[in-house]
Design a protein. Sequence first.
Length: 625
Amino acid sequence: MFFLIFFAAAALIALGLRATDGSRLARVLRPEGLCFVLVTAVVGFAGLCYLTLWGEGAALARSQVSPALVAGAQLWILAVGIYILSALRGAARFPAWVADLIVLGAAYGAIRADERVLLSVSSSMPDSPALPLGLWAVPLTMGWIWMVARMCAALSRVPSVSCGFLGLLAGLIFLLIGTASAAHNPFPPSAMAALAGAGVATFLMSLRFPHLNLGWSATLSMGFVLGVVSALELLKNTLPAILALALLALGLPLLDVTLVQVRARLRGQSVEWSQTRQRLHEALASRGVAPRKIALLYIAIGLWTCKLAYCVTRWFFEGPTHPATTLLYAFIVVGWTVAGAIGFFSIARLLMRRVPGEDVPESIEAFGVKISPVSMGEALDKIEEFIAQGTPHHVLTSDANAILTSRDDPDYAAIMRRAALITPDGFGVIWGARLLNLPIYERVTGVDMVTGVCERAAQKGYRIFILGSEEGVAATAARNLMERYPGLQIVGTHHGFWRRDGKANGLSADESDAKMAQEIAAHKVDVLFVAMGIPMQEKFIAAQLERMKTPVALGVGGSFDVYAGKFNRAPNYVQRMGLEWLYRVWIDPSRWKRMGYVPRFMLVALKTWLWGPPKNGAKPASGAF
């Protein structure tokens, strides 16, 4: 039956919102909000009637049926009344405390309609002696209902999120009270099933129609219903659990960027006053994040916090267990909390984009290396500038492995410091940089650089040489690239085993390198691609750059295995998710031994974020978020 209530509310709200789309109600009642409140109330009361007369609540004594229906009707009338009066208050521009009085009056009316709403906390543990509240019962109950209603009303700051959060919270409370509660009081489960269905359906519609907005009054009204139901059921079992539920499920998304401010001030950093009242969704919107992505992020946070609140609440419900079990459970909850907080904070930062007029430096010191915060287009423009200058320039693509290698290899670190351009290659670098609030927003990978350079070279006649990879790979890649880009001049190719061939002819490694450099110089190359893996390719370029007389020498790792058709790149959606490294392991399991740098770099980034960069290390951009 509860699934029927859920889907009935979802279907009716979808039809109602489509019917009211674009309509106006005298500039007083927001059509979406009115539709949401009325559908939830009607379906919730219809479910209450069914449960009381024929369903699980039919077990009630005949003398209790009529009072149960009357009490349920009164509670829904109070909820609708809050919406109408609050909307009128807004139209008349009365202060917000008038709405507070309306909610407090409705809370008192709920107590008069059903005395079971009164708080009668047994204790924080089940089966404990009763703790009478006496004269405090009425004001505490009214205060609780008001607090929940106001917290829900605050969700209206993010219109596309408020309905989804109402649905999530209703679903969470429904899971906690269970269907068994219908046997003695059908109102709570029927109300929560209806609110969950209406909330989820409205959120899904808001993703397609971003203008949908329930408004402050509707969320206040539905918050009243949540407060009444929690007082009817949850608070009578365990007070700490429901407090944890409220703080976790409602508090996190409504936080200002105060956490970031406190962290900045602990480090002795200043925060601009204009940003001290900036909330999470405002910070994301100001950094170019689309409203739909903000809504999805908030709902993901809501699912995570509701799951956490559910676990905490069930923990209290079950009572004390073996100390070792309790400790393990606490460890899991803390781990889930920390992992989720870091994960969602990272996602929020990764969603941000460079805004027009943002002051971005030529290079940034991060994790002990220099990184150029460029986009793909800017990197290609830089390469064309280097070609026009005609003097040798070393270009690197730096991923997490390159950064960690520079920490263990002083020669490689020195090469990175001297490079003309170091692009951020790899999702790990982007994640670490965004975690530190550095203005690095886009991956500029070696594979993509090859594509971009070849496309421009075909148009402007730049001469290209490909060096590296296994025998035959460079030649095959060159042939494929010239077919893809008509007019492209690849003037020479050579595999990456010239030292082996030189050794067979009695040459040392240095002599073989010099001979290879002379061959490249003879071709009068504009751009040299070297595919030998780090740090070998960078060390070769640095040692032979002047001898090769190449305006641009770029290390591209295993890029030509892709262009030769030996391997396929990950699908675009996998690349956007930052999981291309995992895709490579999937198609080539032997790579997993080399992927240890991924978690290692993540630990380095987290350490830098939590305790700050070392001297002359990463310097976060100004701002609270």
